[in-house]
Design a binder for this molecule. Structure first.
Ligand SMILES: *Cc1c(COP(=O)(O)O)cnc(C)c1O
Length: 433
């Protein structure tokens, strides 16, 4: 022990100061951004900092807390589960929360999904999806070793996930270690024919194992949106050529688009779906990679080596499964469904109010996700971005602009009053820059 008496430290120094001694934060250049804000409490759509200031959580803490923070319906169930079974190896054992979650989630997923593989976060969910696609072909003796992905996609920070992600800010130092990936443009009405004819040529080589994509909304690319019909045409073509399709619904899943999954808007169903973030309602980290029977069958064999030898220590944690189950119940409740509709129409009203503002370049919405691009030139991690972030925080609103894009993806339980506060804070910003 280096130092005794932690409680003494507590009264003399802020969380922010104590934090800076030993902690290294995600997606942070500490020299440029040394200060972390100490958060002591969260309830519903509100975060409370250590000085007692409140912030409306306009992005549901990276899209996780869909039903509000510290939702008692969920915490009560997890607390009860804690008294019964906390953790057990999921290789060779099973338990009620996992089995029930599989039964309930399969009912909600697109019809072709049959099997669930559990892991811990969005990156592992996509990593597993990629491994499923590569090994699916390998097990059948096919030479398909390349993945296909959208430009500007984001699928996580582990190596496979990084390889298929197109955002170079995160990837730079690692690019030479990546798996083979080819990219295609995100479809628009203008480029779709060209994308399809170019793909048709490339697919003649039979080298592509799988295509990973964020359906309808590319989150990290600043909530870039594309049409279901155009995506559907790409998926249909890929299926015809034996390419597995992997929908990364880590961000879009569990009601954000207005339906349980973005894939529900698209006629061609994916072979594999990756889920995390709102899966466990912001309570406990967990992820699921689901797949069709056909994928599972390609691993089912008398040959041990044809199995999927991937596993994480906390796979299928009973508490996480319980949180996920409670979340699924809430998602399907009338109350939450009504809340989702309310937020959607509230955003629509806000949009008609500001879309013609001179500082707004364009706006877009998909379900409860709303985004606007400022008509101002700025860098993704630049100074102006930081000033805008400060404007929001000073006004008690937690929004994280992505470059010149401001987006809202709040908990469904956000009140009308809280929504209006977010809107007016954005409008104040538009009128002051
Ligand atoms: C957040 C995200 C991931 C990565 O999830 P982590 O839990 O942060 O590893 C992957 N894909 C998409 C679309 C995401 O939004």
């Amino acid at each position: 022990m280096k130092k005794a008496n932690a409680s003494e430290t507590l009264v003399t120094e802020s969380l922010s100061v104590r934090d800076s001694k030993h902690l290294w934060h995600p997606l942070t250049q500490h020299k440029l951004h040394p200060e972390m804000l100490g958060i002591v409490k969260a309830k519903g759509a509100v975060l409370y900092d250590e000085n007692g200031k409140e912030y409306i959580d306009g992005i549901a803490s990276w899209y996780t807390s869909a039903y509000g923070h510290c939702n008692e319906y969920i915490t009560d169930k997890v607390y009860a589960q804690m008294q019964k079974l906390d953790q057990v190896v999921f290789s060779g054992f099973t338990h009620e929360p996992a089995v029930r979650l599989s039964e309930e989630l399969i009912k909600l997923l697109p019809e072709n999904q049959e099997k669930l593989f559990f892991s811990d976060n969005g990156s592992t969910a996509t990593e597993i999806g990629i491994k499923m696609a590569l090994q699916y072909h390998f097990n059948q003796g096919r030479e398909r070793k390349t993945m296909l992905a959208f430009e500007e996609g984001f699928h996580g920070d582990t190596f496979g996930a990084m390889s298929v992600s197109g955002l170079s800010v995160y990837n730079g130092p690692f690019e030479e270690f990546f798996i083979d990936v080819e990219r295609i443009d995100v479809p628009t009405d203008e480029n779709i024919e060209e994308i399809l004819s170019d793909l048709e040529t490339r697919l003649q080589q039979n080298h592509i194992a799988g295509f990973i994509y964020e359906p309808l909304v590319q989150g990290a690319a600043a909530m870039k949106m594309h049409k279901a019909e155009n995506l559907n045409r790409i998926l249909k073509l890929l299926k015809k050529h034996g390419v597995l399709t992997i929908a990364d619904e880590v961000m879009t899943g569990f009601g954000k688009t207005g339906k349980p999954f973005a894939s529900d808007y698209i006629e061609t169903k994916p072979d594999i779906i990756c889920m995390s973030k709102a899966l466990t309602a912001g309570l406990i980290p967990m992820a699921v990679t689901s797949c069709s029977q056909e994928i599972y069958d390609a691993f089912y064999s008398d040959d041990l080596a044809k199995g999927l030898f991937h596993g994480h220590t906390y796979t299928g944690n009973p508490l996480a499964c319980t949180a996920a189950l409670a979340g699924l119940e809430l998602l399907q409740s009338e109350e939450i469904q009504n809340s989702i509709k309310r937020v959607i129409s509230s955003h629509q009203e806000f949009d008609s109010r500001i879309k013609n503002h001179e500082k707004v370049a364009r706006t877009r919405q998909c379900g409860i996700i709303y985004a606007l691009d400022l008509n101002v030139k700025m860098e993704r991690y630049g100074n102006l971005r930081d000033q805008i972030f400060k404007h929001f925080m000073n006004n008690g609103v937690f929004l994280r602009p992505l470059g010149s894009t401001i987006y809202i993806s709040a908990p469904y339980v956000i009140t009308d009053e809280q929504l209006q506060k977010i809107y007016t804070t954005i409008e104040d910003l538009l009128n002051s820059i």
